[in-house]
Design a protein around this ligand. Structure first.
Ligand code: SF4
Length: 296
């Protein structure tokens, strides 16, 4: 997983599955989930809800050390499902278990915008160390959110980001580039909507359609509804979006790579993140745009 730089320190994220689910899966909003979702595609082998959080962290550290990845410390990355979906007492207990690990310097909490309220945000704001809230915005357009069965609106995102910012929480937004029905112009227009939010950063990646998902079937029937830019067009799109974002907006990620066995459709794959970054930097330099700091 990604690294985050904190005042020069290299912090490795360790993915935690703390046993949460989401309202789009447990029947509260739906049972099928978002049409693009397969959480298994993002699970490293060490992350499993049947293990304690401490065990997942220890195994995650061993996993990265075995691959020669040096780190000055670790961030517990509550990534799987919606990690604020539960009563505040449960959240306090799970986050506390992670923060009690001696090598953990902080926490990243991924969740849906409609799964935070003032009580939970007060709790998150009170946590010690580095605390990042990662909100799954996915799209700035309600038509798209409805089409992918997201179960929330962009107004939910606006509300969640503002409540988090009022509490001084470092809040990043996650966007998928190329959801069905979205054009290049819509994605460029989304930059203005993002700029209006008090976010500290965004995490961007290309749409990857996963095997067995409703979106894979949708693509089979209507491939013309998907932008699917090839790598050159994707880099061009990224560069243009980054040029439109507020200069102070941190760019946390620029691409994603699920293991090939999960992939049904992707306009490109197998390109290393550092290669994508080199291509992006070249394109930004051509356009005269500043190069954002390394993604975390
Ligand atoms: S993407 Fe998140 S909100 Fe959507 S179904 Fe998957 S876990 Fe639930």
């Amino acid at each position: 997983m990604g690294r985050t730089t904190d005042n020069g320190a290299r912090l490795q994220r360790l993915v935690i599955d703390a046993g949460f689910t989401c309202p789009n899966r447990d029947g509260t909003l739906g049972r099928g989930g978002c049409t693009f979702c397969d959480n298994n595609a993002f699970h490293p082998a060490y992350s499993h809800p049947e293990k304690s959080i401490r065990e997942q962290l220890d195994d995650g550290i061993a996993f990265h050390r075995a691959r020669g990845r040096k780190a000055d410390g670790y961030l517990a990355y509550f990534q799987s499902y919606s990690n604020t979906y539960g009563p505040a007492g449960k959240l306090r207990e799970r986050y506390g278990q992670a923060l009690a690990h001696p090598a953990v310097k902080g926490i990243v909490i991924a969740t849906r915008p409609d799964c935070v309220d003032e009580e939970k945000l007060d709790l998150i704001a009170s946590l010690p160390g580095i605390v990042i809230l990662e909100l799954g915005i996915e799209s700035c357009y309600d038509r798209t959110l409805a089409r992918v069965h997201r179960g929330h609106t962009f107004a939910d995102t606006e509300r969640a980001v503002r409540l988090a910012a009022e509490r001084g929480i470092d809040t990043r937004g996650h966007l998928i580039l190329g959801l069905p029905g979205e054009t290049r112009e819509m994605l460029l227009g989304a930059c203005d909507r993002i700029n209006d939010l008090p976010l500290t950063g965004v995490k961007l990646h290309q749409l990857q359609i996963l095997k067995g998902t409703p979106m894979a079937l949708e693509y089979e029937k209507h491939p013309e509804d998907f932008l699917m830019p090839d790598l050159t067009a994707y880099i061009e799109l990224l560069a243009e979006m980054i040029g439109r974002f507020r200069a102070d907006l941190r760019i946390d990620r620029i691409a994603a790579a699920v293991p090939p066995r999960f992939l049904a459709v992707s306009p490109w794959s197998g390109v290393r993140p550092d290669r994508i970054r080199v291509l992006l930097e070249k394109k930004l330099a051509e356009k005269g745009n500043p190069i954002p700091p390394s993604p975390g």
